[in-house]
Design a protein around this ligand. Structure first.
Ligand SMILES: NC(=O)c1ccc[n+]([C@@H]2O[C@H](COP(=O)([O-])OP(=O)(O)OC[C@H]3O[C@@H](n4cnc5c(N)ncnc54)[C@H](OP(=O)(O)O)[C@@H]3O)[C@@H](O)[C@H]2O)c1
Length: 263
């Protein structure tokens, strides 16, 4: 693991919890000793500041650094001697296949995971690099299905996916927080409101996932004629909730397109 930050450790924790890998099969590397110490203490994996000597013996290298850190990391990976059959898994946001090809050269996949990988409910999209075969995609699928769901996609969708499911947990937290604020305003205790709102979001998501029904049709089930739900919904619509969320995804997609470009 090159870059044991938020996203890297989210995937790593999920993999460890699922027992797909054991702590002694993992080397976590970071830029600072503080991160190395924290990751080793928390997850029981070995850690190091220098990933270079570990690279030739690594079957899979997960790259979880920031987009602007990738160029330097990629040059060091090449110099360190990545084995021809080592799979490089980029978690790096916004860096295109064309740039990854130029930087990484070997067998790589570009992925967009999200932080719920920590609790085994991540959503990860994977697209193949130029040398990646079906076998590498299946290996990637195994990795990310150990920490949630995984879709193999074409690169053309990756920016939109980054804005939707990569960034998505943040939008959902905001919605939960706002609903809780509303409940607190009308007198519910915050801790209780948080439990209720969280379970409601989980339940609604599972309804969409498990019934396969359209969200609008599920929404109709909750809106009794003349009732309070339709009143709540119309008030939210008056305040632009639908377009706020949709435009947010649109704008995030535009920004992803700029993120991985060379400075
Ligand atoms: N966060 C998300 O929800 C999310 C979702 C999808 C994709 N991503 C992508 O995941 C990548 C990482 O994001 P993040 O939020 O996890 O960032 P982060 O928490 O800052 O993690 C980056 C990690 O890279 C380490 N690092 C930097 N240079 C290094 C080097 N030369 N050698 C080894 N480690 C090095 C840093 O070490 P130190 O801690 O010591 O500085 C840090 O632990 C980004 O490209 C982002 O676009 C993130």
């Amino acid at each position: 693991m090159v870059g044991a930050g938020v996203m890297g450790t989210a995937v790593m924790k999920g993999l460890l919890d699922s027992k797909l890998v054991l702590p002694d099969q993992v080397w976590a590397t970071a830029r600072t000793q503080a991160t190395c110490d924290k990751v080793s203490a928390k997850y029981g994996v070995r850690s190091a500041l220098e990933f270079d000597p570990l690279v030739p013996d690594s079957g899979i290298v997960l790259i979880g650094v920031k987009p602007w850190q990738l160029e330097g990391v990629a040059a060091r990976l090449l110099a360190a001697g990545v084995q021809p059959d080592t799979l490089l898994v980029s978690l790096v946001g916004g860096v295109t296949a064309a740039r990854l090809d130029g930087m990484l050269r070997g067998i790589w996949v570009r992925t967009v995971p999200n932080t719920p990988c920590v609790v085994g409910h991540g959503m990860t999209a994977v697209c193949a690099g130029s040398l990646a075969t079906t076998e590498h995609l299946e290996l990637s699928r195994r990795i990310f299905e150990a920490v949630g769901l995984c879709e193999i996609v074409e690169e053309t969708y990756i920016n939109a996916i980054t804005a939707l499911s990569g960034s998505g947990p943040a939008y959902m937290y905001l919605v939960i927080e706002a609903l809780v604020d509303g409940a607190v305003k009308v007198g519910l205790r915050r801790d209780m409101a948080l439990r209720l709102a969280t379970q409601t979001m989980l339940g609604a998501a599972r309804m969409v996932q498990e019934t396969g029904r359209h969200p609008a049709s599920l929404k109709d089930d909750v809106t009794t004629p003349g009732g309070c739900t339709i009143e709540g919904l119309l008030t939210m619509e008056d305040h632009g909730i639908r377009s706020a969320l949709a435009r947010g995804v649109q704008e995030a997609t535009r920004i992803v397109g700029l993120m991985g470009q060379p400075k």
